[in-house]
Design a binder for this molecule. Structure first.
Ligand SMILES: [Zn+2]
Length: 371
């Protein structure tokens, strides 16, 4: 019998995710919709309680000084005297210091670490953690709503069992924290699809950013222009993903499935639908490799819950009714359609055929240098 799909879940993990600025209660909405569709009762999943990361585990990537600072302010409710250090560690503006911030980071990182350990021990072939995917956090600092880089930590653990890992990032923002962490590695290949336009966060992820030294050609970037929609996105994905698979021959995939490229996201402002990301997940599943699926950004919470519920159904190979179950405690949030799937808007996709073909050709060239 096939091994069950590990589904990472714990009340504490959801509670901690719920209190992240810009994501208030999002985790509960996601879990509610997955529960209301009965997906975890299909017999395909094994729900696993995640354990908090230890300090040593956090330091597999993060600097001692960043972790020590989080510990220092963990029990304080007045951080005034640490203003300078706060800014230095990115704990202001988008990532303000939160109550029990060190414990929050332990819990957030623990989800993906727990999943990675099970994959590394061959206890499962597929694991899902929709409460992870914090791809912007850097070694020394919080960035872009991300306090800890659970992805890098998970990849470090996976690398004890798998000698070549593909990190695939579909969040509409560049996966800069993960790319930076593995810039010099030829064992971890990072491939990020993201919007790249003037003023759009984080500003990195150009086509010519390919990694350095031994890691040259093991960082790949697909910079998308405004209004990217279903057809052009899949044109790129369908050419690039197989080409990377063939050249790099990964033993394991980590896929970040940020929901902020969907139509209706106030920050992403692009035009993808659930089916766009769904088709990409389907292709990743067909590669038949051990895979860790992660969440990420997503600022239209109803659409984020829709996407991760839909992806869970694809992973479980279960069809879902398009009517949102009226048992959802957030039912009103799914109006006016009360349907699972969302439509694209009329936003113009400015990614031309020439632009797309150029990216495909450049990446094919980079792939030819991968050994
Ligand atoms: Zn994002």
């Amino acid at each position: 019998m096939d091994k069950k799909i590990i589904y990472i879940y714990s009340e504490k993990l959801i509670r901690e995710c719920n209190r992240l600025p810009n994501m208030l209660n999002r985790a509960s909405m996601v879990q509610d919709l997955i529960n209301c569709y009965g997906l975890l009762l299909t017999g395909k999943f094994q729900a696993v309680q995640s354990l908090d990361a230890t300090e040593d585990e956090l330091k597999l990537f993060h600097s001692t000084s960043y972790i020590d600072f989080l510990k220092k302010v963990n029990d304080l409710d007045n951080f005034d005297e640490f203003e300078k250090e706060q800014v230095e560690y990115g704990l202001s503006y988008e990532c303000p210091i939160l109550e029990r911030n060190f414990e929050l980071v332990q819990t957030l990182a623990g989800g993906s670490i727990s999943a990675a350990k099970l994959l590394a021990k061959n206890k499962c072939k597929i694991a899902i953690n929709w409460f992870g995917g914090w791809h912007h956090a850097q070694r020394d600092s919080a960035e872009g709503f991300c306090y800890v880089n659970d992805i890098v930590l998970a990849i470090h653990i996976l690398s004890t069992a798998f000698d070549r890992i593909l990190y695939l990032d579909l969040d509409i923002h560049h996966g800069d924290g993960v790319q930076n962490a593995f810039e010099f590695s030829n064992k971890i290949l990072t491939l990020s699809f993201h919007k790249k336009s003037v003023g759009f966060y984080p500003g990195t992820g150009d086509l010519n950013e390919v990694g350095s030294s031994k890691g040259k050609y093991y960082s790949l970037n697909v910079p998308l222009l405004d209004g990217i929609g279903h057809n052009n996105y899949l044109k790129l994905f369908d050419k690039i993903f197989p080409s990377v698979l063939m050249s790099f021959k990964p033993k394991c995939i980590v896929m970040q499935c940020g929901a902020d490229g969907l139509n209706g996201d106030r920050i992403g402002q692009c035009n993808l639908t659930l089916k766009t990301i769904g088709e990409c997940v389907d292709k990743v599943l067909k590669s038949d490799l051990p895979t860790l699926f992660l969440g990420g950004g997503g600022y239209n919470f109803a659409n984020t819950a829709r996407l991760w519920t839909y992806l869970t159904s694809i992973i479980a190979d279960k069809e879902l009714d398009d009517d949102i179950p009226d048992t959802s405690q957030y039912f009103v949030n799914y109006g006016p359609t009360y349907e699972l799937h969302i439509d694209a808007s009329l936003q113009k996709d400015v990614n031309t055929n020439d632009y797309i073909n150029n990216i495909v050709n450049e990446i094919a060239l980079y792939c030819s240098f991968i050994v």
